[in-house]
Structure formats: structure tokens, C-alpha cells
Design a protein around this ligand. Structure first.
Ligand code: NAD
Length: 309
């Protein structure tokens, strides 16, 4: 029997969730829903499925959903879906507050439902290829900057961009706890934080310096890992990894092979696999909550510094 799925919210990202479910073996895209009727109908027609405006109408028709609505709605929509006993893949950030994330995690446990968070970069093939190369990193540096496009300005750049790197770093460090955070940042073009830097120390001894900005001259998405014996550079855009080690005449550089794939497809295939096999997803509600907790702390510290507190 195919898994009966639906996508709630088929805007910029949700349309791709719908496409992937529609093309996937072992899955039936039963419905798409969007509060924008025209948008719901357009995407439903594209994939020969049914459009709904109110997601509550599909709760008894499916067993698993992707929630790809604005972040401010994640909690209400996900809670309704979990209470109806559905497995949920909710886009990142999991919710607006940590208390909301905790409530979703508890409900998923109570209902024995899968709760996965859409931290897409974990499925970037370059990140997948990086994971086995990591050995007690001493220092990690990330840069995720892009020009101002006016997108996602309803949230701080920490919630929109930095959260990806926080999730990847905590994933690479096996969930090691945070011992100290220092920040710098500013609200510049929107009424939210547009650029942010965070200096985070972890219990395992690693320190990370993260930069996120939506007011940069160009787009750069990079991660550098410094560890005993090697320096590794990952470029998210070109999906390339180079590994630099010591050599007699200086540095030896090797390119690490990366198997190309569509990260969103990998993420959704992982979700479907967890639904069928009742397994814990790679990025569970707990991991999504941890990343959210850290970005909230970073944002609050930047705001306090800006307000002179
Ligand atoms: P968007 O505004 O393009 O799309 C959201 C859609 O949800 C809209 O079509 C809107 O009409 C619809 N909607 C709003 N409330 C609804 C409701 N109650 N029921 C059904 N539909 C509803 O936004 P987007 O850029 O696609 O972002 C959606 C989510 O995905 C956000 O949480 C965002 O943070 C996340 N996102 C994640 C990544 C990533 O890399 N993982 C990238 C982009 C966006």
C-alpha cells in the first residue's frame, strides 16, 4: 500500500515537496492545501491531485504530511496533524519558540508519530561526504551570506540562514552541548537582524565561528573544519570538498568525491523510509529544537547588545 501523503503550503518550497511526492515510488500524493486557492489549484493540477484550502479537511485522508507554511504557523498546523495521528515533516525552523517545539515533541511521542524537521543542508551530498572525515575538530568556521532580496525578512537572519549551520555543526559534533556564546550583529535593511556573527564553544572542546548575512555583495556558503592533521573546506554551492594535509613541500590538497543528488528528494525519501519503518529521522524534533534554542539565544544576545543592555 502506498503511503498517503499531502503537502500543506505549496509556495516557494512546498511546490517542490509536492513534485517529489508525486514522482516518488511507494507514495501517493492525495492532496495539496494552501490558503491561497489559486496556488493550491495550480499545484494540484500540475500533479493530478486534489486541492484544499483548509488543511483540516485532509487530516482523515492521509497518514503523513509535509508542512511548508510560514514558520509562524508551524506550531498550530503541526499540532493539529500530530493530534490526528499523522507523521509530520515540518520545515525549519521547527517552531517560533522552544516551548512550542517541546509541545510538538511531546505530542509526537504520545501519538507515536514521526516528527522530522526539514534541515535540508544535512542532506546536501557534500555534507554527507564530509561526515566521515570529521575527527575531533578544533575549530569550525561557517559563512552563509547573500545579497538582500527581501525574502524571509519576517524572521532574523539567524532563524533563516544561521540555523542551517548550527544544525550541521551540532550534527557533526554528535549533539555536544553549548558552553558559551558570544555574538555580534545588526538590524540594517529590515526590521529584523540582517547580519549576525556567533562564536560558540561546545562541551566537546570545539569552537565555531558562524557568519550569516542577507546584505552581502555576493553569495557565499562555506564551511571550514580545522582538526589535527587536516583542514577541510566545503563549498555548499558547488558541492565541493577539498582536504588539505601536511606534505614535505607545504600543503597537499585532495578533492573529496561527492555523489550528486537532490537534497530535498533525499530528505523526503528519508521521511518516507522512517514512516514505513517507524525509525527516528536524521533530524528529529529534538534536533530541530536544539538548533532553534541556540538561534534564539544568538538573536536575543544581538538584540540586547544593540539596545545597549
Ligand atoms: P512561501 O511564503 O513561499 O510559501 C508558504 C505557503 O504557505 C504560501 O503559499 C501560503 O499561502 C501558504 N500558507 C500559509 N498559511 C497556510 C495554512 N495555514 N495552510 C496552508 N497553506 C498556508 O514560503 P516558503 O519560502 O516556501 O517557506 C515556507 C517554510 O519553509 C518556512 O518555514 C521556511 O522557513 C521554510 N524554508 C526552508 C528552506 C530550507 O532550506 N529548508 C528554504 C526555504 C524555506
Amino acid at each position: 500500500m502506498p503511503i498517503k501523503t499531502a503537502v500543506i503550503g505549496v509556495g516557494y518550497l512546498g511546490q517542490h515537496h509536492a513534485r517529489i511526492y508525486a514522482e516518488m515510488d511507494g507514495v501517493e500524493l492525495v492532496a495539496v492545501t494552501d490558503t491561497d486557492t489559486n496556488r493550491a489549484q495550480e499545484i494540484a493540477a500540475k500533479h493530478s491531485t486534489t486541492a484544499y484550502v483548509d488543511y483540516k479537511e485532509i487530516l482523515d485522508k492521509v497518514q503523513a504530511v509535509s508542512i511548508v507554511t510560514p514558520t509562524s504557523t508551524h506550531f498550530d498546523v503541526a499540532m493539529d496533524c500530530l493530534r490526528a495521528g499523522l507523521d509530520v515533516l515540518v520545515e525549519k525552523p521547527i517552531t517560533v519558540t522552544v516551548d512550542e517545539a517541546d509541545a510538538l515533541i511531546n505530542e509526537a511521542k504520545k501519538q507515536d508519530c514521526i516528527l522530522q524537521v526539514g534541515h535540508l543542508e544535512r542532506y546536501n551530498p557534500a555534507v554527507v561526504a564530509l561526515e566521515p572525515l570529521i575527527k575531533n575538530p578544533r575549530f569550525i568556521e561557517t559563512e552563509r551570506v547573500s545579497p538582500f532580496l527581501g525574502r524571509a525578512t519576517d524572521v532574523d537572519v539567524t532563524h533563516d540562514l544561521m540555523i542551517h549551520d548550527i544544525d550541521i555543526i551540532t550534527g557533526l559534533l554528535g549533539g555536544s552541548g553549548v558552553t558559551d556564546i558570544k555574538v555580534a550583529g545588526a538590524q540594517v535593511l529590515s526590521d529584523k537582524i540582517d547580519m549576525a556573527r556567533a562564536w560558540i564553544s561546545f562541551e566537546c572542546g570545539t569552537t565555531a565561528l558562524l557568519t550569516a548575512s542577507r546584505i552581502a555583495r555576493d553569495t557565499r556558503r562555506r564551511l571550514k573544519v580545522y582538526q589535527g592533521g587536516s583542514f577541510i573546506l566545503l563549498d555548499y554551492q558547488s558541492r565541493e570538498i577539498t582536504r588539505h594535509t601536511g606534505a614535505e613541500d607545504g600543503l597537499a590538497t585532495e578533492t573529496v568525491p561527492v555523489v550528486d543528488c537532490e537534497p530535498l528528494k533525499e530528505e523526503i525519501m528519508d521521511f518516507a523510509h522512517c514512516v514505513v519503518n517507524r525509525q527516528k529521522p536524521k533530524v528529529s524534533g529534538a534536533e530541530g529544537r536544539e538548533a532553534l534554542k541556540i538561534v534564539i539565544q544568538v538573536s536575543e544576545m544581538i538584540r540586547d547588545a544593540q539596545d545597549g543592555n
